[in-house]
Design a protein around this ligand. Structure first.
Ligand code: PHE
Length: 451
C-alpha cells in the first residue's frame, strides 16, 4: 500500500471536515432560493433523488481518485489518465471561490448590521437595505476580500489542525442554532403555508429546467465535480470507509438543507416575502424572522441574528477553505511554490475576480453579458454545467478506463471492508458506469431541447 500523506487525525474529523466543505452557503442560501424558484416540494423530491442516485456515487468516485492519487487534484486525475478533468476542476474552483466569497462577504456585513441595529424595520425597509448594500461599489468588495484573507490565513496554517479542529466545533453549533431558528420560524403566524410549500409535491410542475437545477444543486451542495473532494480524500487515511463516509456526509448535508428550508419558507410566507425572489431570499426573510420572533425582547433578537450570521459566515468559511485549498495544493505541488506563496496567488486572483463579480451586481453595468451579471453567469455556468460535467467524466473514467481492481481496492480498502458483501461495490459500479452518466447526459440534452 501507498505511504500515507498528511492525514486528518480521526474518522470524526474526516466526516466533519468534508461535511464542513459540503455544508455552506449552498445549503442555507442557494438551496432555499432554488427551491423557491422551482415551486417547493417537487424540487426537493427530485433533489433528494439526485443526491442518492447521482451524488453519492460521484462523491465516492472522487474520493477514490483522490485517495489513490494522494496528491492535488490535477495530478490525481493525471494518474488515472484524465488530466483534463483536473484542469476543468481547477478552473471551476477559481470561479466558484470568487463569487462564493462575495456572498460570504454579505454574511460578514450582516453580522455588523445586526450588531449595529441596522436590520430593524419593516419588510420593505429590509428589502431596500439589501438591494442598496449588494449593488453598492466598495463595501461588498471590502467584505469579499476580507473573507478571502481569512481563508488565506487558515490555509497557510496547514490542513489538519486548522480545518479539522474548526469543523469539529462549528458544525454542531450551526446545527443547534438552525434547530432553534426553525422552531421560531414555524411558530410564526401563517407559517403552515410555508411548511406545506415544502412538503406537498405537485408533479405537474416538473420541467427540464427543474431537473437541471436539482442536479446542479445536488453537486454544488455536496462539493462534487471540481476536485475539492478529491483533494480532501488525498488527506484521508487508508482505513477510511469511503462508502460510509459518503453516505454520512450526504445525509448531514441534505438534513441541513431541509432545515434551512424549514427556517426560511414558513417565515417567508408569514411575512409575505415571495419565495421565488431568488438569491436575495435569505438576506431579506431572515432579518424579518428575527424581528418578529424575538423582537419583543430586543437584546435577544439582536443576539440570535448576530449569532446566526456569524455561524453562516463560518459555514461559508469552511467551504471557502476547501475551495481555496484545492487551488493552493495544485500550485504548491505542481508549480513548486511554497504553501504561503501558492495561497497568496490564489487569494489575489480570486479577490480580483470576486471584486468584479460583486461590482457586476449593479455598481458597474458593463460587467454584464446579455442582461446577466457576471455573478449570475458564474453561478449558473459552474453550478449547473461544469460541476455535473466534472462529476460525469469522473464516473465515466473510473467506471470504464481505470482497472477494476484498483477501483475495488479503494472501495474495499484492499478487501478489509465490504469483503463478504459484494453488492455495494457492484451497485456502485453499475451506477458510475451507466446510471449516473446517462442521467446527467439526459438532463443536459433535455435542457438543450434535443430530447
Ligand atoms: N458545497 C459548498 C456549499 O454547499 C459549496 C462548494 C462547492 C464548496 C464546490 C466546494 C466545492 O456551500
Amino acid at each position: 500500500m501507498k505511504q500515507e500523506r498528511a492525514n486528518f487525525a480521526t474518522t470524526m474529523g474526516i466526516i466533519l471536515a468534508t461535511a464542513g466543505s459540503a455544508v455552506g452557503l449552498g445549503n442555507v442560501w442557494r438551496f432555499p432560493y432554488m427551491t423557491g424558484q422551482n415551486g417547493g416540494a417537487t424540487f426537493i423530491v427530485i433533489y433528494l433523488a439526485c443526491v442518492l442516485i447521482l451524488g453519492i456515487p460521484c462523491m465516492i468516485s472522487e474520493f477514490i481518485v483522490g485517495r489513490n492519487g494522494a496528491s492535488n487534484s490535477a495530478r490525481a486525475y493525471k494518474k488515472i489518465g484524465a488530466p483534463f478533468i483536473g484542469v476543468l476542476g481547477l478552473f471551476t474552483g477559481i470561479l466558484i471561490t470568487s463569487y462564493y466569497a462575495v456572498v460570504s462577504g454579505w454574511c460578514l456585513q450582516y453580522i455588523y448590521a445586526s450588531v449595529a441595529g441596522q436590520l430593524r424595520g419593516d419588510a420593505n425597509y429590509i428589502t431596500q437595505y439589501f438591494t442598496e448594500f449588494s449593488t453598492s461599489a466598495w463595501l461588498p468588495v471590502f467584505w469579499t476580500v476580507a473573507i478571502l484573507v481569512m481563508s488565506h490565513l487558515i490555509i497557510r496554517r496547514g490542513v489538519e489542525k486548522g480545518i479539522e479542529h474548526a469543523s469539529k466545533l462549528l458544525m454542531p453549533t450551526l446545527f443547534i442554532l438552525l434547530l432553534v431558528i426553525v422552531v421560531a420560524s414555524c411558530l410564526l403566524p401563517g407559517a403552515w403555508n410555508g411548511i406545506e410549500f415544502m412538503l406537498k409535491p405537485d408533479f405537474t410542475k416538473v420541467s427540464g429546467g427543474l431537473f437541471l437545477d436539482a442536479l446542479g444543486q445536488s453537486f454544488y451542495s455536496l462539493s462534487i465535480g471540481m476536485g475539492c473532494l478529491c483533494t480532501y480524500a488525498s488527506y484521508y487515511s487508508r482505513k477510511t470507509n469511503l462508502l460510509n463516509s459518503a453516505v454520512q456526509i450526504s445525509a448531514v448535508d441534505s438534513l441541513v438543507a431541509i432545515l434551512a428550508g424549514l427556517m426560511i419558507f414558513p417565515a417567508a410566507f408569514s411575512v409575505g416575502v415571495n419565495p421565488g425572489s431568488g438569491p436575495s431570499l435569505v438576506f431579506i426573510t431572515l432579518p424579518n424572522v428575527f424581528q418578529q420572533a424575538f423582537g419583543s425582547i430586543p437584546v435577544l433578537g439582536t443576539l440570535i441574528a448576530t449569532l446566526f450570521y456569524a455561524l453562516l459566515s463560518l459555514a461559508a468559511l469552511t467551504s471557502l477553505i476547501s475551495l481555496h485549498e484545492t487551488s493552493t495544493a495544485f500550485l504548491h505541488e505542481e508549480m513548486h511554490a511554497s504553501r504561503d506563496t501558492a495561497a497568496l496567488v490564489v487569494t489575489v486572483i480570486t479577490s480580483v475576480i470576486g471584486a468584479l463579480c460583486s461590482l457586476s451586481l449593479g455598481a458597474v453595468d458593463s460587467l454584464s453579458v446579455a442582461g446577466k451579471s457576471l455573478f449570475d453567469i458564474f453561478d449558473f455556468v459552474t453550478g449547473q454545467i461544469f460541476l455535473p460535467v466534472g462529476g460525469m467524466l469522473t464516473c465515466l473514467y473510473l467506471g470504464w478506463r481505470v482497472p477494476k481492481q484498483l477501483v475495488r481496492d479503494e472501495f474495499t480498502n484492499c478487501g478489509t471492508v465490504w469483503a463478504r458483501c459484494r453488492w455495494p461495490f457492484l451497485i456502485f459500479l453499475f451506477l458510475i458506469r451507466i446510471v449516473s452518466p446517462l442521467c446527467i447526459l439526459a438532463i443536459f440534452l433535455h435542457q438543450m431541447g434535443v430530447i
